[in-house]
Write a protein that binds this ligand. Structure first.
Ligand code: D3G
Length: 494
């Protein structure tokens, strides 16, 4: 045998060994991953899920494989966590490992790795710390934001009064009021309710959020690679997200022109000042793209989540007038008619507080949570989850965990009340998620839910257009978001 022949054989043997080693490694890795249904090439476990209700499909798969399992959605390999114990053990007890962000393909189309919500690592850390501090400086969690909410609640009540008891769809009434609170913080101003541009921004937010709840939105979340270039409803969602980006970019430019480095007016000014302070730092995360994207994150999340929850809540109250009555009674007892509500009142209003918690639990706004990702090879319950693997913390499964909620599928405010009618907290209540990336708007959202709801019910009683028992309070769409059915109601002054 000549030298070339020997060399070739040697090379082939080496290559075969390498390939065998790599396959063996892959198999070993797979064996150490949580169990799960066997994936098909390209589509993964697509045949095992229903795009109309991904959340429920994933709970069915849990029944077979247990609370921690591996799922393949197209090219995505995901570890699904179900129930309180699994989610808490991962997101809290191993908080650092589970602190990465997973994909949300629709929103990722705009954000790509920028901005606070859909970024990773050092960027996410820096932007989150800055956002929390700055929101606090602008009154979040303090009296000043309470006053801003109450002022807006007043505008809202007056707008509702102008409906004069006639039927209307509450969607934009609620989103305009809720959005104005976060707009004051981010942009430094509220919008007039008649402002056409404001309405168009709210429609972009509402519609792109809605898209993520549709079956098509769920399909896009799996096959975004090719689908981003194809025609379909996703293109409309992109347009809407792009519209938000354009608006915020313009706002940032306006702010730059009138910036006073010594006196920030709002979130955008504070970010511009930070950018100025860090301009010599080559690794800074405070640059234009991150301002725009972070402001879009906070504007979007601060608008849509609370307004959808209120909209869902009102529908539930139409379905259960006796629950609405009890809230009226508590408002009359604790607040009366001569002054507006205050955050402090909540402590004296356990029933209302319990109803608001139950609305959030039942509405289950983001049923599968915002996807996470493990940031290193992670040992969890005897499995090894390789670095970069996505994780779905199934918040809806936690909030319907029968160990924690006596009637998980019903609307039952007693879930949050003890026998003497006092408010009873429940560890499995986690609509804002938990761990390192829980929602940092939580305090603001809770204040808004309480103050808007009580302001409205202090002034109005709800009248449905159909008998309450005919009202369907199950969601119309469940995907990334859970969306209530459309409805109209009358608000009768009391
Ligand atoms: C959507 C788009 C941009 N930034 C944030 C969101 C979003 C939807 C739901 C949540 O964030 C969770 N607060």
């Amino acid at each position: 045998m000549d030298l070339i022949g020997a060399g070739t054989i040697f090379l082939i043997i080496c290559l075969s060994c390498l390939m065998a080693l790599s396959t063996w490694r892959q198999m070993r890795r797979k064996r150490k991953m949580p169990p799960g249904p066997t994936p098909l090439p390209i589509i993964g476990n697509l045949l095992q899920v229903n795009l109309k209700d991904m959340h429920r499909s994933l709970l069915k798969i849990r029944d077979k494989y247990g609370p921690v399992y591996t799922l393949h959605l197209g090219p995505r390999r995901i570890v699904v966590l179900c129930g309180y114990d699994a989610v808490k053990e991962a997101l809290v007890d191993q908080a650092e490992e589970f602190s990465g962000r997973g994909e949300q393909a629709t929103f990722d189309w705009l954000f790509r790795t920028y901005g606070v919500a859909f970024s990773q690592g050092e960027r996410a850390k820096q932007l989150r710390r800055f956002s929390i501090t700055t929101l606090r400086n602008f009154g979040m969690g303090k009296r000043s934001i309470e006053e801003r909410i109450l002022e807006e609640a007043h505008f809202l009540v007056e707008a509702l009064r102008s409906t004069k008891g006639a039927p209307f769809d509450p969607t934009y009434f609620l989103s305009r009021a809720v959005s104005n609170v976060i707009s004051s913080v981010v942009f430094g101003n509220r919008f007039d309710y008649e402002d056409k541009e404001f309405l168009s921004l709210l429609s972009m937010i509402l519609e792109s959020f809605r898209f993520t709840a549709t079956p098509w939105g769920q399909l896009y979340d799996i096959f975004s690679g090719p689908m981003q270039y194809m025609p379909g409803p996703q293109q409309k969602a992109f347009k809407e997200l792009h519209g938000l980006e354009l608006f915020v970019s313009r706002k940032v430019e306006e702010h730059q022109k009138t910036l006073d480095l010594n006196s920030p007016r709002d979130f955008i000014d504070s970010f511009l000042i930070k950018m100025h302070q860090e301009k010599e730092n080559p690794n800074t995360e405070f640059f234009m793209r991150n301002i725009v994207m972070t402001a879009v994150n906070i504007f979007f999340a601060g608008t849509e989540t609370v307004s959808t929850t209120l909209r869902y809540g009102f529908l539930i109250l139409l379905r259960y007038p006796e629950i609405e009555d009890k809230i009226h009674q508590e408002i009359d007892q604790v607040i009366g008619r001569n002054r507006g509500p205050k955050v402090e009142d909540r402590l004296q209003m356990p029933y209302t507080d319990a109803v608001i918690h139950e609305i959030q639990r039942f509405a289950d706004l983001i049923p599968m949570g915002l996807a996470r990702r493990v940031i290193r090879d992670t040992q969890f319950r005897g499995y090894t989850i390789p670095v970069g693997t996505e994780v779905f913390p199934m918040l809806g499964s936690v909030m319907t965990d029968p160990k924690y909620f006596a009637r998980p599928d019903e609307f039952h405010p007693q879930h949050f009340l003890d026998d003497s009618g006092k408010f009873k907290r429940n560890d499995a209540f986690m609509p804002f998620s938990i761990g390192k990336r829980y929602c940092f708007g939580e305090q603001l959202a809770r204040m808004e839910l309480f103050l808007f709801l009580t302001s409205i019910l202090q002034n109005f009683r709800f009248k449905p257009l159909v008998p309450p028992k005919e009202i369907d309070i199950s969601p119309k769409l469940v995907g990334f978001a859970s969306i209530p059915r459309s409805y109209e109601l009358c608000m009768i002054p009391r």
